[in-house]
Design a protein around this ligand. Structure first.
Ligand code: FE2
Ligand code: FE2
Length: 169
């Protein structure tokens, strides 16, 4: 007996086109997370000075979370009958998270992180809206990831406020 395809939900035959659109959104999210991992590794190691310590430790923790997000996006791509892309398809976009001229320039790092988190928040809101009523599982997963990114953004906004209050940003 042939295996029956799902007749309802996002895995149903007639939802193939919708699935492909969702896979495209998930693939972009996957690359964003992978690039964030690279940027956060560099920016958790490059900074110099006592003031950098808090930022460095915070980024070290985030690396693991962002890596977990990349793995979740990859798994969901596969569940939707997609293929997780190979590294040759990667193209970098985070110009704002390149190493600063001076490694004591922590404000540059803080602002770069806020920019990366803001980009993620915007893209994940798009996925949540797109999947509404179409793919509850992707939507649920991305809502949880969005929660993490909002937390990251809020934390770094707090760091920036401190520097601003001291006239350093
Ligand atoms: Fe993330
Ligand atoms: Fe994040």
């Amino acid at each position: 007996m042939a295996v029956r395809n799902a007749s309802q939900g996002i895995l149903a035959d007639e939802n193939r086109e919708t699935r492909e659109e969702i896979i495209e959104l998930l693939t972009k999210a996957y690359w964003m997370e992978v690039e964030t991992v690279m940027s956060y590794i560099a920016n958790s190691i490059n900074p110099d000075g006592v003031r950098a310590q808090e930022i460095v430790e915070s980024l070290q923790q985030d690396i693991q979370e962002e890596l977990g997000h990349a793995q979740q996006f990859a798994s969901r791509i596969k569940e939707l009958y997609g293929v997780v892309p190979g590294s040759l398809e990667f193209s970098a976009e985070q110009s704002y998270l390149q190493p600063p001229e001076h490694q004591t320039d922590i404000v540059h790092v803080i602002k770069g992180v806020i920019e990366a988190e803001t980009g993620a928040i915007e893209h994940y809101n798009r996925i949540i809206e797109f999947t509404d009523g179409l793919d509850w599982v992707t939507q649920d997963m991305v809502i949880a990831i969005l929660h993490d990114e909002e937390g990251h953004r809020r934390l770094f906004e707090g760091y920036l406020r401190e520097y601003e209050a001291e006239g350093l940003a």
